[in-house]
Design a protein around this ligand. Structure first.
Ligand code: ATP
Length: 319
């Protein structure tokens, strides 16, 4: 193996740059030429490759977003598009590819391996919705962003004695809502993995008000539904003054936390090690603080596991 390439695809996540840096530097350390592919699978099909030097990834470990840019590429979903991508990889004499992204990115990567091209995935998504890994790059930063917002909202919620409904990202997964809700002391956490009735939410709010609580914060994962609709229902059922905050894309940006930088550095470097050891179709994962490679089949297209004991704990701690 002499020449490898790296790309970022799907939704961006804080820490992707730290992962790119680790791929480039660990690759060069082992005597490889490392190429960056711009705009994910779109750049792969169009042949938008550029060799990356040690210095080209300087001063990026602390930056959010991705210096390689990201894209969603419908052409790559077609057989023809993927054939073009493989042709470009061969034309540039690339021996192995590292894709940093989410589940969709890995479904695409798996198809590249089926065409005989060695590909290793690195999980980079704020949603933490990939099976087989305890954490994905960007998740820790995203929950810290949400906690910061909850703390600020809590101040104004108390001053005005209001109920706040805060909608957070996560696609179909409740990971962001659950951990940010637990760490932020939310009164209720609504996630797709747990059915919560309006009656339950209302009972908790009334119980809190009866014991003198001046504010309430309800966290809603986007996979559950619209915070606006839930807010209307809650206000109608309780008569409490209710406000809605949809955090949106602020959760995708910002400086990666130390946890995400360390995770990204370890995972990016591991992806290079896997290619060098002859592995062709794996995703890098972290389990019990060990970074390892797992089969794409275990990671991609599978429902990921969320530890619901934290949901039970949050409901006990917010009585
Ligand atoms: P995030 O979870 O952060 O949104 P993601 O990687 O899941 O990231 P997607 O938009 O689902 O984001 O996928 C990224 C790209 O991967 C798509 O634009 C497409 O080019 C490719 N891709 C997704 N699914 C497939 C598939 N089934 N076959 C081939 N390519 C795919």
């Amino acid at each position: 193996m002499k020449r490898i390439a790296v790309l970022t695809s799907g939704g961006d996540a804080p820490g992707m740059n730290a992962a790119i840096r680790a791929v480039v530097r660990n690759g060069i350390y082992h005597g490889l030429h490392v190429f960056g592919v711009y705009r994910g699978y779109t750049g792969l099909i169009q042949g938008d490759f550029k060799e990356l030097s040690v210095g080209s990834v300087g001063d990026v470990i602390q930056r959010g977003g991705t210096i390689l840019y990201s894209a969603r590429c419908d052409e790559f979903r077609t057989e023809e598009g993927r054939q073009q991508a493989v042709e470009q990889l061969r034309k540039h004499q690339i021996d192995g590819l590292i894709t940093i992204g989410g589940d969709g990115t890995f479904q695409g990567a798996k198809k590249l391996t089926e065409l005989g091209f060695p590909t290793i995935g690195v999980p980079g998504t704020i949603d933490n919705d990939i099976n087989g890994t305890d954490y994905t790059i960007g998740f820790d930063t995203a929950i810290n962003t949400v906690i910061d917002a909850i703390d600020r909202i809590r101040d104004t919620a108390t001053s005005h004695e209001r109920t706040y409904i805060v909608e957070v990202m996560g696609r179909d997964a409740g990971d962001i809502a659950l951990l940010a809700g637990l760490a932020g002391g939310a009164e209720s956490i609504l996630i797709p993995e747990v059915n919560s009735s309006l009656e339950e939410i209302v009972a908790r709010l009334k119980h809190g008000a009866d014991r003198g609580k001046k504010h309430s914060i309800i966290i809603v994962a986007e996979g559950v539904g619209s915070a606006v609709d839930i807010g209307r229902q809650v206000q109608k059922a309780t008569g409490f003054e209710t406000r809605i905050t949809v955090l949106g894309h602020v959760q995708r940006g910002g400086t990666p936390t130390a946890f995400d930088r360390v995770l990204a550095s370890r995972m990016g470097a591991k992806a290079v090690d896997l290619l060098l050891s002859g592995k062709k179709d794996m995703m890098v994962a972290i389990r019990n603080n060990e970074v390892l490679g797992i089969d794409f089949d275990e990671a991609s297209g599978q429902k990921h596991h969320l530890d619901l004991s934290n949901h039970h704990l949050a409901s006990i701690l917010s009585i």
